[in-house]
Ligand binder design. Sequence first.
Ligand code: ATP
Length: 319
Amino acid sequence: MSKTTAPVIVTEGLTRRFGELTAVDSLNLTVYPGEVLGFLGHNGAGKTTTVRLLNGVLTPSAGQARVLGLDPATAGAMLRRRTGVLTETPSLDERLTAREQLQIYADLYDVPPQLVRTRVDELLEIFQLAERGDDRVSTYSRGMKQRLALARALLHRPELLFLDEPTSGLDPVSVRQVHTLIREQSRSGNHTVFLCTHNLEEAQRLCHRVAVLERGRIVALGTPAELGRNLWKGVRIEMETAPEAVASACMALQQFSPARDVTQPNERPILRLTLSDREEIPQLVAHLTAAKIPLYRLMPQEPTLEDVYFALHERKEKG
Ligand code: ATP
C-alpha cells in the first residue's frame, strides 16, 4: 500500500438519498493504491449504494467523489473500463458456457484479441473451472457461478476491484483461493481492492484498513489493530490447565469477580475469559494459584474485529 502516491478513491461529503431515506450520508473516505479496504456494515447500511456511486452507476444527491482521478458522475463509462466489479448477485447468461461468457466480456472490455485466449484459459484454471469451461452456466453450482463472476471481474486486469461479498456461497478451498487472489492483487503494488463483507474474520485477515458503516455513515475507520485498541475496552485471556482441573478452574474463575465471559471453546483444557484491564492479570494468576489450579499457559489476546464490531453495536444500542 502506498500513501505517497495519489489516492485511488477520494470522497467528500458523498451523499445519496432515495426519497426520505439517506442511504449514504456525507461520506469522507480516502483509499490508497495497493490497499485492501474492508467496508463493513449491517444489511442496509449503504455498502452497495456506495459501490454504485463510486462506479458512476448512481449519481450523488450531494458531495463528490474522484475515483482513479475521474468523476464517476460524469465519466462513469470511462471509469468502469478500469474497475472490476463483483456485485452481490452477479448476473451471468445461463445459456452460455463459461468460456463464451468470458470471451464476450473480453471483447466488451477491449482486451487485445491476441491475449484473450491465454487470459481466459488462465482464469478458468485459477478458478478451477477449466474442466467445466465448455459447459453451460445453467449446469453450474452456486459456488462455480460465483467463481466465474469473479474471473469475469478480473478479466481486464482492473486497477481497482470492488468485491461485494466475494466468498459468500463458496466452499473453504475456494474461499482460501479467493483470499490468496485478493492478497496477490494488492501485493502487485498498484491494484486496490474495495471489499464489502459481512465476514469479520475475512476482513481481519485481508484488509489493511476497515471502515464500519452504519446507516450510511462511517462510524469507525482504521487498521483492525487500531480499531481494537481504540474501541474495545477489555483484555481477552486464553489459559490452559490440566484436563482433570477444567471444572475446578471454571469454578475458581466464577469466584474471581473481574472475570467475565468464561468459556471452554472446545474439548481441550483451554479456557477463555475477559478482564476489564491488564492490571487484573497478576490478580488472576494469584487467585488461580491459591485455588491450586495448574496453569500451563496464560496469554492475553488481541481483540478481534468481531469484538470491535459488537462493541460498536452495543454502544449504539445503549444510545
Ligand atoms: P446489504 O448488506 O443487505 O447488501 P447494503 O449495506 O449494501 O446492504 P444498500 O443496498 O446500499 O445496503 O442499501 C442502503 C439503503 O438504501 C437500504 O435501506 C435500501 O433499502 C436503500 N436502497 C438501496 N437502493 C435503493 C433504491 N434503488 N431505491 C430505494 N431505496 C434503495
